[in-house]
Design a protein. Sequence first.
Length: 201
Amino acid sequence: MRFLLKSASFIFHPLWLPLAGSFLYFIFTPRFFPEGVVQAKLLAIAILTIFIPIVFYFLLKNLGKAQSVFLVDVKERKWPLIFYSILITMVLNQILNAYNYAALYYYFTGILFATIVAFVLVVFKLKASLHMMGLGGLLVFLIGISLNFKIDLTYTISFLILALGLTASSRIYYKAHTINELVLGLACGMITQVLVLNLWL
């Protein structure tokens, strides 16, 4: 059980979720996208949302500005959140557009808003769970896809709800967050996605 809880924090780390959402979008959306285009989009998204942030994290770690990939100390979150906001803006401006990839474009818009909210909370020395924020946002996004395209995603949505519970338990077990921080993160992720839902639903 301890191994499962520890694994949940890594498997459902917020860094992987934008790419996961993009992957699921191309799988479930009943629209034709050339395979080469899909691969190029996913690779570009992976570079901007995973590989570059990892390099930036190691830079911060070498400078003594970050001690853990989970950014436990609220003070460590300021620069990563600013940098991540810039990267998400690049995804919106350079990789996606609202015409051809409306749902995915606004999913990333929601991620950008949630990241900005998380940064504002850091300014006020409040720590929201980024794990819950990412999973909550992805959950709303998949519910939106299910409603918009009338696709039965019951099993996928149920899995995400299970992942939410498991990840929340993991964060509490390892004393990474309080219940209030988990709820705050979940609210940030879900509300920002709900706000942009009407733009593409």
